[in-house]
Design a protein around this ligand. Sequence first.
Ligand code: PLP
Length: 473
Amino acid sequence: MNRVDTQRNFDPRVEDPQALSRLSRRGFLGGMLGGMAAGAAVLSFGSKAFALTTPAATTSGKGAAPDDERYWEFVASQFLLRKGIAYMNTGTRGPSPRTVHMAQLDALHEVNADYFGFTKTGCNKAFVDALRQKLATFIGAKPTEIAFTSNTTEGMIYGTLGVDLKPGDEIAFTNHDHPSGGNPILLRAAREGLQVRVIDLADRKFHPPKSSDDIVKVFDAALGPKTKLLSFCHVNYTDGCVMPVKEICALARAKGVMTLVDGAQPPGMMQVDVHDLGCDMYAGPCHKWLLASMYTGFFYVREDRLEQVWPTMYVGAVNGKTMYGQPPPPTMAAACVGAAKYEYHGSIDYPAKFAVNAALDFHNQLTPTAIEARDRYLARRLLHGLREIDGVEVYTADDPQLSCGLVAFTVKAIPTVQLVETLWARHGIYLRNVTHEEIGWDVNRASMHIMVTAKQTDTLLGAIAEIAKKGIG
Ligand SMILES: Cc1ncc(COP(=O)(O)O)c(C=O)c1O
């Protein structure tokens, strides 16, 4: 493999500090370039090494201003997206930027070129420990509280199945949760004779809600004496509502209810601090807003709950002994410390770990604060524009406490699927519909992340204004 393939390697401007500082209207990058070397992660595979540099390594901790278009267009240019595509569906899958893509490809190359050497010097314990620390820091956890998973769904399943419950106990979830959260609950309930309580958020008054109190009240009323586990989203994938997780978890804790938060949307879009949220469990992906490769995620279990959550898929020692009746060998024992027990079940995808590592570097170098501010800026630009268009209904709140990078809307009588197809065919804009007729939900949803530019946002607004006026024709 050609490591200096300029077709796939970094934008040459990244290597040119002069060009970078010229890119920044407000000089943000100029100030940051001193930190470039510090921010560049160097990975070593055996005798080989390459540097992962991303455009804005910063020592100050502050990134670019959210409306610094030249800067963010440069960031958007780091993605491999085909020219002409305006990608607004990070909520389903976040395409990786070049550095992440290359880190994964290089690791894959090394796995196939020298598996033994790679496991010794590349994807070794030191690397995995450092990666766990990096990911834990990113979400405000301790490294012993997180396990690497394949996706959000896997974590939701572990959380749902891992807690001891007896027949008659109740699990609560909302009807704006994702099937990845709700359906494992139904399965467990059917198998073990558990009760299920569905918290009804279908009413239009929740989209957007007037205040977070309205939501907290519904949860408070739903959690009864039989409720033992509550599962709900940090950010609803239906309408982009940022739920009052901290308040809900506090009231659940006061009632003796364990909490499992579906964090499919926030990591990489908005800053997540699981300790501050106060949840017992949190399942998230690395393949959406965090921009790592497909089939990557994490599962967080709060330290004081680790003993209460069984590892559902697990091949380590049980009650201190292996299948031979002996204590586990040191490597197995060490590999199952804390939440790592939830990932102890066979071979792993080494290149995916390198993609996660590079994705975290990418975010840390741009800074999570700046990325969140940019996503919010784009989402507000879209939200405000949509509200100006006759016939458009918006379901996402203006209140920054209740919204972030997802925007849900409908356009008059235009079927949501048809709108998706038309925007794609006419403008190369890719967004999705979220449709659940059972709860009267049928909207279009745009994910506003850093591969989207302000220009593309305005093109979307123009296209919707035209469709609202003239129909699809
Ligand atoms: C709220 C929510 N939960 C779970 C999922 C499933 O995520 P994953 O593909 O990471 O399993 C999604 C995906 O869109 C989601 O939006």
